[in-house]
Design a protein around this ligand. Sequence first.
Ligand code: MLT
Length: 265
Amino acid sequence: MTEHVDTLPAVHETGSGDTVLFLHAFTLDASQWDHQVAALSGDVRCVRVDLWGCGTSPQPPPDTPSLDSFAASVLAALDARGIDRFSVVGLSMGGYLAFAMLRLAPSRIRALALCSTRSAADDTPRREDRLAMADQVERDQSVESIVEPMIERLLSPASRGEAHVADPVRGRIRRCSPAGIAFAQRAMAARTDSTGMLGSIDVPTLVIGATHDAIIPIAEVRAMSGAITGATLVELDCGHLANLEEPRAFNEALGSFLVPAVAAS
Ligand code: MLT
């Protein structure tokens, strides 16, 4: 693992103890995890990164977009902090990145929480939609056209009506640069199918699915969880951004899984 490590992501650290790495969803940034960091940073060292071009990270490097290259840069950022082993919490795109990290550095991962995510790669229509969005934001040199469509996809109708949930999500989308959005979409479109590796995951794993998720159907989450030996499945009654829509239930599930799993590993 040597590529693309010269463009390190922005890293935000809170708390001390064993490290838990939080990987955010597409069009968001590390602040997506504020509720979880508030709940868990008394027990563990919460490390959050911003994807290139999002939050306070530098712009993506000019190489071919790939989630593996961003995952390699996250590993390099952890190396720079002297962090060897860690648990990973990834939501949606953050879950796709967690699979990339498992491929690159399996022995470093102690426990895994896969939230509102899938192991499968994209089908052709989904890939084409991603490439079209990447082209559009680059053409516009603005992310404004994707703000409301993303809010529709990311949040349940109930959460869309809650300004305290929806407005910060709008703010995070607007903080992403066109280059960051284009990188993420092209990298996700090109990502490897991780379904074949589910049976070989041998660390404690929590899977969180959302019953009103417009992006990842709960049936797919159940199937993914069933393919991971010993995985714990928790289903929350909300939309895709489960950690923002149902923070209390999400934190209960994550805390009761992570704190014992980290202590035992
Ligand atoms: C995300 O929430 O990370 C993305 O919407 C996931 C995706 O587009 O596949």
